[in-house]
Design a binder for this molecule. Structure first.
Ligand code: NAD
Ligand code: DAU
Length: 351
């Protein structure tokens, strides 16, 4: 059985990647390494947590000694690295947390893999999951981010992710470590932590709270359903070319304010509220510092070389997402009340 280490598997995207690999590949044993920060939630994986080919490991990628021990205990065939501090607003208030996990943590992981794989490096793979934010922002509506676009990170979050991308490429170039990197646009879907735009708006609409739109709401993001991202990661892990970078995106650009209004409309219908009720909650608030104007991915390389295209139209994906949040209000309440942190103790205490 090939052992694969997925980091950050208790988070939003990581949990979808772990589920996909555990259920699609019984011939792999999936190890989910996660520190269970505020963003890590084992409830996301309740449905697969007892699978024979799944093991959860609680640990911090900032701890190099722990990682060395883990890699000497298990001969991992590959790593899919998603663990990160991921929220731009938090990076503005606490940049060092992002430097620690995203930069130092990635370097630690590369070092642990390099030491463990030294005798047959070429037979392994380090897959680094990154973001389109490393490319900076776009102004010209006809421009898109390509794999060759110059790096221009503009927030502490994107600078820390850019830094980790550079480290991964440096280990490929210097030590010949087999690597692939993907840079994806904004994800949405089930299990998205309610500090991010879409789940925050759904949660606030549910609770009749103000909907904080930054600045004039004119910033543009390119939204991709999270399961499509997980499928892209699967395709790139298995078919991606050593040393290559692949951009992943939805070809689905939305101005924030238009997206928030659409969510208000959908939620009014679902909650049987008179049309326009939720939109009255919209509040324009002070803009995010250094707020990137527009992200938009050109995913042609992934389509032509590896045959991946998004499977869901946005209307369908948003409908699925809203339905999931309405059916899983306990998940939201547990997060907003902080109670989900007890889940780990209950599940794993004494094991
Ligand atoms: P998330 O914040 O939901 O999850 C991050 C996970 O990493 C959590 O489970 C957390 O506990 C874990 N983690 C954090 N610090 C850790 C540490 N020091 N050691 C071990 N585990 C740690 O993030 P997400 O939105 O699922 O993003 C996952 C990855 O995908 C990140 O690398 C992010 O940069 C990238 N990405 C995200 C998006 C998006 O739209 N969310 C888009 C493109 C790329
Ligand atoms: O592009 C990929 C990136 O997308 C990922 O790398 C990040 O991990 C992920 O968090 C996301 O970053 P964004 O900053 O684009 O996502 P966020 O949901 O925080 O914000 C989306 C847009 O909505 C952005 O323009 C800011 C705006 N916004 C956000 C919040 C939370 C608001 O107007 N109000 C809000 O309350």
């Amino acid at each position: 059985m090939k052992k694969i280490l997925i980091t950050g598997g208790a988070g939003f995207i990581g949990s979808h990647v772990v589920r996909r690999f555990v259920t699609t590949y019984p011939e792999y044993h999936i190890f989910n390494l996660d520190a269970l920060t505020y963003a890590g939630n084992l409830e996301n994986l309740r449905d697969i947590e007892n699978s024979a080919n799944y093991t959860f490991v609680k640990g911090d990628i900032v701890d190099a000694v722990f990682l060395d021990e883990l890699f000497s205990e298990h001969d991992f065939y590959g790593v899919i690295h998603l663990a990160a501090e991921s929220h731009v607003d938090r990076s503005i208030t606490d940049p060092m947390a992002f430097v620690m996990t995203n930069v130092i943590g990635t370097a630690n992981l590369l070092n642990a893999a390099k030491k463990s794989w030294k005798d047959n490096l070429a037979e392994h793979l380090f897959y680094h999951v990154s973001t389109d934010e490393v490319y900076g922002e776009l102004h010209d509506p006809n421009e898109f981010f390509l794999e060759t676009t110059k790096y221009d990170p503009r927030s502490p979050y994107s600078a820390s992710k850019a830094s980790s991308d550079h480290l991964v490429r440096a280990y490929h170039n210097t030590y010949k470590m087999p690597v692939v990197i993907s840079n994806c646009s904004n994800n949405y879907g089930p299990n998205h932590f309610p500090e991010k735009l879409i789940p925050l708006m759904i949660n606030n609409i549910l609770n009749n709270k103000p909907l904080p739109v930054y600045g004039k709401g004119e910033n543009i993001r390119d939204w991709l359903f999270v399961e499509d991202h997980a499928r892209a990661i699967d395709v790139i892990f298995h078919k991606g070319k050593n040393g290559e970078t692949y951009n992943i995106g939805g070809h689905n650009e939305w101005k924030n304010i238009d997206l928030v209004k659409l969510l208000c409309q959908i939620m009014d219908e679902k909650l049987n509220r008179p049309e326009g009720t939720s939109a009255r909650l919209i509040h324009y608030v002070t803009d995010r510092a250094g707020h990137d104007l527009r992200y938009a991915i050109d995913a042609t390389k992934l389509k032509t070389e590896l045959g991946w295209v998004p499977s869901l139209q946005f209307a369908e994906g948003l409908e699925k997402t809203v339905n999931w949040y309405l059916a899983n209000q306990e998940w939201l309440d547990n997060i907003t009340s902080g109670a989900y942190s007890h889940y780990y103790e209950e599940m794993y205490d004494g094991r």
